[in-house]
Write a protein that binds this ligand. Sequence first.
Ligand SMILES: Nc1ncnc2c1ncn2[C@@H]1O[C@H](COP(=O)(O)OP(=O)(O)OP(=O)(O)O)[C@@H](O)[C@H]1O
Ligand SMILES: [Mg+2]
Length: 313
Amino acid sequence: MTADVQTGTVPTAIVPTGIPETLPGVSVPSESRLGPTGRPMPVFDEPGPVPPHDGARILAVCNQKGGVGKTTTTINLGASLAEYGRRVLLVDVDPQGALSVGLGINPNTLDLTVHDLLISSGDVIDPHEAVLKTHVEGLDLLPSNIDLSAAEVQLVNEVGREHSLARALRPLLKEYDYILIDCQPSLGLLTVNALTAADGVVIPLECEYFALRGVALLIQTIDKVRDRLNPRLEVAGIVATMHDGRTLHGRQVLERVVEAFPEHVFHTVISRTVRFPETTAAGEPITSYAANSTGANAYRALARELIARRPGR
Ligand SMILES: Nc1ncnc2c1ncn2[C@@H]1O[C@H](COP(=O)(O)OP(=O)(O)OP(=O)(O)O)[C@@H](O)[C@H]1O
Ligand SMILES: [Mg+2]
């Protein structure tokens, strides 16, 4: 079943992840002020220590539309979760290697990448050997480079090719609280691998006129993967990015997104600011590059909201 963005009908197969107000760490003040999404803005408290769990929660950061803020969200949500004491692994599943570059790593000098892990059948490569530390404490990276562009072709004849990434990540699950996968702008085999490995999907949506185009197709793909490959998969949330609340257009687009996916849009919205392109050049998350900026605080708020939606991490 697909979302009908014209009528705002949301597929019932999507697990609703709205925030019950009774959750610990979440409150809606009685004098509620409306947040940027036009709904009363809950307060998300600073998360406590991570309770014991069986293995990392895996989130694919996915939208087949290009340039909507997938990589920026992966880096900065990851860095914010790490600031809150979560052990985080970021996985670059885009042959462009933008995630690796955004963390200051030269993708052309890598010995081992996600590509090697995907095409090694059996236990030939220990994924720990491919993990790099970033300069943010608690934030690690499985990097990629252009080699990954060959993987879709190389995997075509593999048995269980959609499960290659899930298999490669398995030995790492115990060591992390969150694994965030940065997807490429396509719904090809690499993205299907990310969705098959994931527990949830974070969908960044750029606040511009055509934002909702393609989201129905993405939801349809998520539904198919849930049906055929990964019954755990849910929509963890839609995050509005590059929002300009000063313009009527910006506010209208956001209204439309909330109308179409009322249960799924995060209360936290990421505003448009030039600080983000600067951080890519600097090769570090905004939370360390401009620690007190609006952008850094927005991603910290997103991390708190994400944790509040699923207590237990
Ligand atoms: N909130 C923001 N405000 C301003 N610029 C932003 C914001 N978020 C991201 N950008 C910039 O927009 C561009 C695209 O962002 P990003 O690379 O994160 O998108 P993407 O979805 O990963 O792109 P691709 O589909 O190519 O992988 C980058 O230059 C980034 O710095
Ligand atoms: Mg990207």
